[in-house]
Structures are given as structure tokens and as C-alpha cells.
Design a protein. Sequence first.
Length: 163
Amino acid sequence: MDRKKIKEDIVIYALLLAGCGALYFWLTPDQVAVNPNMVDQSAFTPRTFPNLLTGAMAAATALGLILSLLRFARLPKPDKTAEKEVRTGKDWIILFIPYIIYGIIIVYSVLFEKLGYIWATLLIPPVLMFLFGCRKWYLYLCVYGFSALMYVLFKYVLYVPLR
């Protein structure tokens, strides 16, 4: 693994571990109420399962953080004489694609709220597929077929009204 990837992993693991701490010590106690007599009657409370999952996630994250720190410590020192990488216009576009996709998903949710499922689903998936590099017409047809199936399932089987 290269140095940059390991640094990114360390930051991500540290943020996940901080998120687990916030979930365990702040969000779960704030959102999941426990009556005092529940604690006296049983070892299991409504917080048991969320705390167990948070603890397991924190343990896996801590292990990943430790392994990434060990990998980083074992890396050879970087060569200071290496040339700096020059980014082209295409590199910058590739760098911002995740943010563009996120923005399109936000646009989809706004269109879903304002225009309804049908129009939002007719407009946004082709844009996403085009950005992903999909040029085969039958894949677009598959997306619309799946969307129609979901519409029928929600409207006529689950009785959830979609516009």
C-alpha cells in the first residue's frame, strides 16, 4: 500500500471510532429511553442491542486503526527529491465525481418530493448512468423496468401511494 492510502485509512478509522464514541455515549442514551425499573428486572434493556452493535463496530474500527498505524510505521521514509504530481483537467473532474454524484442524489430527493417518484425516476437515473459511463441502451431499459416494478410493488402490493 502506498503512504497516501494508509494516511487516508488512519483518518477514516479515527473518524469512525469518534463516531462510535458519540453513538455509544451520546446518541444512544439520548434517543433510547430506559426506565429505572427495567434495569432492576433484567440485564437486557432497549439500549443493549444498539450498544452491542456499536461496541462491535468500535472494536473492528480500533483493530483497523491499529493495523493501519503499524503499516504506516513500517513504511520506508519518503524520498524528498521526487517530483510533485501535476494534475490535468480530467484528473480534477475525476476527483470531484463523488461530489457531483452526491449533488445529483440530492436533486433526485428534491424532485421526488416536488414532482413525485415517476418524474424523478424518469429524469435522474439516465444522468447517473451517463456519468458512470453506461452507453448500452438495454441497461437503461433495465433501470426503467426495475423502477416500474418498484412502482407496481409499492402502489398495488404494499398500498403505499406514489405520485
